[in-house]
Design a protein. Structure first.
Length: 184
């Protein structure tokens, strides 16, 4: 095990590094079957997607392209504000493309509801939503993943790209923070 000063802040581990790895491999195989003859464009939602994106595109061994968009609806809080801002726009034309959106977690749905509309308006041919985590109990918008790694309960989770106040993104597993970490 690598040295870590983050483990001590974790109340419980939800998904281990190995479980995440195995599940992403399965997801990649599924995406290969569906997309290998369509040159899909993976669009990762920054910043939370960065580890999942890196693993998912390597697990999906088909000719494809990668792109990123920066979206933010959180002001360092643990609840969505509902207002989505583009912090880094797409850098290419997506019209006619088959898009695979890569997200860390689908929670209220505000972010992906916005993004889906935005990309359809830019002429995307199809949009497939792939999220590592799905928290369906908190949904505010009618939006559903086409493929989800794991379902999570209504708890604030960190690790494997997901942050609390920008920290914990580099933990190799996903867990729930101890309540005292919030009140510090
Ligand atoms: P939304 O509420 O719009 O579906 O999700 C917006 C973003 O909020 C997610 O992409 C993710 O970055 C963040 N988010 C939602 N739930 C959690 C959570 O439990 N933990 C962390 N770290 N971020 C979350
Ligand atoms: Mg996200
Ligand atoms: Mg965040």
């Amino acid at each position: 095990m690598a040295k870590s000063n983050m483990d001590q802040d974790i109340l419980k581990v939800l998904f281990s590094e190995q479980e995440i790895h195995d599940r992403i491999q399965e997801m990649g195989n599924q995406l290969y079957d569906e997309f290998h003859d369509r040159n899909p464009l993976f669009v990762g939602v920054l910043n939370g997607c960065f580890l999942f994106m890196a693993d998912l595109v390597r697990a999906t061994q088909c000719k494809s392209e990668v792109e990123f968009i920066g979206l933010s609806s959180y002001q360092n809080a643990t609840k969505s504000s509902g207002v989505v801002q583009i912090t880094r726009d797409l850098q290419r034309d997506i019209s006619g493309r088959d898009i695979i959106v890569v997200e860390d977690i689908l929670d209220s749905g505000n972010t992906l509801y916005f993004l889906k509309d935005y990309m359809l308006a830019k002429g995307a041919n199809s949009i497939t939503i792939v999220t590592l985590l799905d928290k369906p109990s908190r949904r505010e918008k009618p939006i559903y993943p086409d493929l989800a790694g794991f379902e999570v309960p209504d708890e604030f989770v960190v690790g494997f790209g997901l942050d609390y106040c920008q920290q914990y993104r580099n933990m190799p597993y996903i867990g729930v923070l101890k309540p005292e970490v919030y009140s510090k």
